[in-house]
Design a protein around this ligand. Structure first.
Ligand code: ZN
Length: 201
């Protein structure tokens, strides 16, 4: 029982975040009210602005407040390669590597018939049109290596059959610095299947 309805409302509001239970929600609420009201004000302003203005890029569907996101608008990207990911967080992860200079397409999820998520929700026909209209030469499918992610990857590859773009799937396998004896069987069998010839040049 809280001493005020507003405090109770704030605790409840924090619980909409993933992984935040009643105790954490209470801790965050009291921290902001007791110790950091300015931080709380900044948070609420930033949140309100972002929710009001952020939408989807009309080309790649990632989150942005512009019609076209900065990656799609950039002249320095390779416009002939498109990497398909499940979420904007995957873009941030790939961008951090600095190893990829092409464009993206964000599904915002994976196929999940139980949750009512089908090809329409993932914008798969938009992706196919995008590949055809922009003469994309390679589509790299970087869905997660989960059962749903694999099913989604296969579905997209099937839909792209007949397009001239090369369709590839990111390799999964042994992490850099990992030791084989500690790697699970599924990962190891993926690594074996995805083996490649050693380049000695
Ligand atoms: Zn974009």
């Amino acid at each position: 029982m809280y001493s005020s309805p507003l405090i109770e409302q704030l605790v409840e509001a924090f619980r909409c975040l993933p992984g935040v239970g009643p105790k954490s929600a209470q801790r965050m609420t009291l921290y902001l009210l007791e110790r950091n009201p300015n931080g709380g004000k900044k948070l609420s302003e930033a949140l309100e602005l972002a929710i009001a203005r952020v939408g989807k890029c009309s080309r790649c569907r990632t989150l942005t407040e512009e019609d076209i996101c900065t990656i799609c608008a950039s002249r320095s990207r390779n416009r002939k390669v498109c990497c398909v990911v499940e979420s904007p967080a995957d873009i941030y992860a790939i961008e951090q590597t600095g190893a990829y200079k092409g464009l993206y397409f964000v599904l915002m999820g994976h196929l999940s018939p139980i949750d009512g998520i089908g090809p329409d929700q993932l914008g798969i026909s938009e992706l196919i049109d995008n590949v055809a209209q922009n003469d994309i030469e390679e589509v790299i499918i970087a869905c997660n290596p989960t059962v749903e992610g694999e099913a989604t990857a296969y579905f997209i590859a099937e839909q792209l059959r007949g397009e001239k773009a090369l369709v590839s799937r990111i390799a999964h396998g042994v992490p850099v610095g990992g030791e084989l004896e500690f790697i699970d069987g599924g990962t190891l069998s993926h690594a074996l299947n995805g083996r490649k010839q050693m380049d000695l040049s």
